[in-house]
Design a protein around this ligand. Structure first.
Ligand SMILES: Nc1ncnc2c1ncn2[C@@H]1O[C@H](COP(=O)(O)OP(=O)(O)OP(=O)(O)O)[C@@H](O)[C@H]1O
Length: 397
């Protein structure tokens, strides 16, 4: 629905040049809520303002719903932009107009008659849950109510795309949740594609199907939120599901498990404890239900050093979990050395002997034996042992 190709934006003044966008290739599929995150100055606002050509990009193309906006100007560009609504951090309402009159503004520009404008504005205010405040002025509305007026106004011309520039940054957490729910409902009910920029990871977790991370004017990582968790080394996954600093104490094997399963949960940690008589300690967890799937990360400490835990780790991997050994593993010898081969051979043998029959697919090797211990395993579906609703975060340390 939205595609940018090699998008560059350079701000030039007499003293200096600032490269705000440095070759951004972005693709937002139709019907998705897509979040762009990044630190202050990463280029997020420049990107969203270039998408609807509030800023003219220095080079590159922007295509929305099949129309290349960067090839247009004048009335043709104004018409194409009607497909794109936008909401802002500080709402940008006209203080001299009532809520309904603010919503009517784009309809006036479109040339609709008074009665038609009033009918459409009333419908839109109903859609955003604000029908009873139609005659209130912005100063008489709360922040959340102002943003609802802003959303109604953005939808006035029936756009296919909604751009959101830090729309919840000025709101308290509860109001943020209600506005995000409204955006999600509009996305589902109207098939609206939403591109939002934010610096809040909680916004991405609460509402986004996909996310991209920007740094220094570039997109350095992007993908569907649940899939990012399956990407070894994903910076977005680490920031979305933080576990805090890993402990430095000696004597145990610390592992991190990534859950991104699809079906109802299997109590794998309990199974691990029962099957191998180990007592894992939970050092941290960040798990949520997103789109009906439980996703997240958990950090566990298993008693004993890595060699004592090769088989339990293999068991977790056999269950389809992605496991990374954080500490407690022996320092790896150079690849392919006799010592490492002996260690892996030993682990394979141990795993074959010790994995219970019902957990050992015919002909399968324990994952720990087939991969170096620190390599992330591409995971199939699995579930953690706890269950949370969307938006609830479990952080145990
Ligand atoms: N109109 C402008 N003129 C000159 N430089 C600008 C202009 N707008 C943005 N910049 C610069 O471009 C870079 C990217 O800014 P941008 O506002 O796009 O980042 P951002 O990720 O949205 O940051 P924030 O979250 O703080 O808004 C920054 O170095 C900023 O100073």
């Amino acid at each position: 629905m939205i595609t940018t190709t090699d998008l560059r934006k350079v701000y030039r003044s007499r003293q200096r040049e600032v490269v705000a966008l440095d070759g951004v290739d972005l693709h937002v599929p139709e019907g998705e809520v897509f979040g762009v995150v990044g630190r202050s100055g990463a280029g997020k606002s420049s990107l969203i303002r270039c998408v609807n050509l509030l800023e003219r990009p220095t080079s590159g193309t922007v295509t929305v719903d099949g129309t290349e906006l960067t090839a247009l100007s004048g009335p043709a560009l104004r018409r194409a932009r009607q497909q794109i609504g936008m909401i802002f951090q500080h709402f940008n309402l006209l203080s001299s107009r009532t809520a309904r009159e603010n919503v009517e503004l784009p309809l006036e520009i479109l040339g609709l008659g008074r009665r038609e404008r009033a009918t459409r504005a009333t419908e839109l205010l109903e859609l955003v849950g604000l029908a009873d405040r139609a005659t209130a002025y912005p100063a008489q509305l709360s922040g959340g109510q102002k943003q609802r007026v802003g959303i109604a106004r953005a939808l006035a011309a029936k756009p296919k795309v909604l751009l959101s520039d830090e729309a919840t940054s000025a709101l308290d957490p509860e109001t943020t949740r209600s506005i995000l729910k409204l955006l999600r409902d509009l996305n589902r009910d109207l098939g609206l594609t939403v591109l939002l920029i934010t610096h809040e990871m909680d916004v991405v977790k609460a509402v986004c199907d996909s996310a991209a991370l920007m740094r220094s004017g570039r997109i350095v990582e992007s993908g569907r939120v649940a899939d990012l968790l399956a990407t070894p080394g994903s910076e977005l996954a680490r920031e979305l599901f933080p576990l805090g600093a890993a402990p430095t104490r000696e004597g145990g094997t610390v592992i991190e498990i990534t859950f991104h399963g699809e079906s109802s949960g299997q109590p794998v940690i309990a199974q691990l404890a029962r099957t191998y008589t180990v007592d894992p300690s939970i050092l941290g967890a960040s798990i949520e239900t997103i789109g009906g799937r439980q996703v997240g990360r958990m950090r566990l400490e298993l008693p004993g050093d890595f060699e004592q835990n090769v088989v339990p780790i293999g068991f977790l991997r056999e269950k389809g979990l992605q496991v990374t050994v954080v500490s407690g593993e022996p320092r790896p010898p150079a690849a392919g050395t006799a010592v490492q081969e002996r260690l892996l051979d030993g682990a394979e043998e141990l795993g074959t002997q010790l994995l219970p029959d019902d957990d050992q697919p015919a002909g399968a090797k324990p994952a720990a034996a087939t991969e170096p211990a620190t390599t992330d395993q591409p995971a199939a579906s699995d579930q953690p042992t706890t269950s949370n609703e969307r938006g609830e975060k479990e952080d145990r340390a």
